[in-house]
Design a protein around this ligand. Structure first.
Ligand code: GDP
Ligand code: ZN
Length: 337
């Protein structure tokens, strides 16, 4: 039997079978995947083969090859890692211009990590109802910046997102554009969100307080019980074992597609990057770096650096360059670990 792992509890897994039913499965103790030293051999998003024992228990006997996976180190010093999710189509980061402020460094680290994993990235700017005119202008600048690099962005207010009912959707999907009832641009945000999520497996991340729970509740039209929510608060500085969960998008929103809720973003950006690789994960920096005089240019103080030129001309944003430097700095630090 084949199925999709939709939840992990540490000792067992919930697997959705092709017929839509869920079964609880265990994994043999000696089950290990070659090449990955991880604390969890099976992750949410994995397609697995299941065998039923004589006593009726289900065992995962095989994991299908992964298209991709997102890991984080179990702890900073540990070489063991924890697979957050497998086979994802895109990662969406919820950010807020204010309440709380999300730093561009944080955003850029997330984006660079997505580049390293070769996963499409989307930025969801939330709480726009709270922004002043000045902050709205800043939001527009940020959206323009990230869109110009090639990342899709959307600005919305999760608190005011309209949850379409099946009946309104039925009548409107085919006839209206956007399909959701509009009001102060809310219908439009709903429509864009629908387009982003439809048919895809999306990993949802965000610092605590940015409105991830609120967005999930708005999407599902009900209070979601979230595994990671409690441990988020306890996760300050110490390691707690937390697990991802995968939810099928409600049919009001999409005919297919999944959301993966990862508890706690902390550590998402801890993919091991080589110093020389970092510029590859900033697409607009990488694009001009081919014109640098030296092939091994670090774009910091070398003569004939095309990146520095582009920076002076305003073709590369200072905030992006600073994030690049901050990742370079991490590499230097890691040497002394
Ligand atoms: P989480 O930690 O990311 O899950 O954040 P929550 O969903 O718990 O939201 C944190 C706080 O921000 C709560 O008080 C929410 O009501 C509030 N909030 C979330 N989204 C919005 C929004 O779009 N507008 C406003 N005004 N408040 C929001
Ligand atoms: Zn250079």
């Amino acid at each position: 039997m084949r199925g999709l792992v939709i939840k992990s509890t540490g000792s067992s897994y919930i697997v959705r079978l092709d017929d839509g039913s869920d079964v609880e499965c265990r994994v043999k103790g000696n089950f290990r995947i070659r090449g990955i030293r991880s604390t969890n051999p099976v992750a949410v998003g994995d397609f697995v083969e299941i065998k039923i024992q004589d006593d009726g228990t289900h065992w995962i006997s095989e994991i299908e090859e992964r298209r991709n996976y997102i890991i984080r180190r179990a702890t900073n010093l540990s070489k063991e890692s924890h697979i957050l999710a497998a086979n994802i189509d895109q990662a969406a980061l919820i950010v807020t211009v204010n309440h709380p402020v999300t730093s561009t460094t944080f955003i850029d680290r997330f984006l660079a990590t997505c580049e390293a994993y070769r996963v499409r990235a989307v930025l969801i700017f939330n709480k726009i109802d709270l922004l002043s005119d000045e902050e709205m202008a800043h939001l527009a600048e940020l959206q323009a910046l990230y869109e110009s690099i090639g990342y899709q962005t959307i600005a919305l207010s999760a608190l005011h997102l309209q949850h379409p009912t099946p009946s309104t959707l039925d009548s409107q999907l085919s006839t209206f554009h956007p399909p959701f009832p509009s009001g102060e641009g809310r219908g439009e945000a709903s429509y864009t969100l629908h387009q982003i999520l439809q048919g895809r497996v999306t990993l949802l991340s965000g610092n605590s307080g940015v409105g991830k729970s609120t967005l999930l509740n708005a999407l599902f039209g009900k209070e979601m019980t979230r595994t990671g929510k409690i441990s988020d608060a306890h996760d300050k500085g110490m390691h707690t074992t937390t697990f991802s969960e995968m939810y099928p998008l409600p049919t009001e929103w999409a005919t297919s597609g999944w959301l993966i809720d990862t508890p706690g973003i902390k550590g998402f950006g801890s993919v091991d990057m080589e110093k020389e690789e970092i510029s590859h994960y900033f697409p607009e920096i990488f694009r001009v770096s081919s014109m640098c005089r030296f092939g091994n240019c670090s774009h910091t103080n070398e003569p004939g650096c095309a990146v520095q030129d582009a920076l002076v001309k305003g073709e590369i944003a200072i905030s992006r360059y600073e994030s690049y430097l901050s990742l370079l700095g991490d590499c230097a630090e890691n040497k002394y670990r």
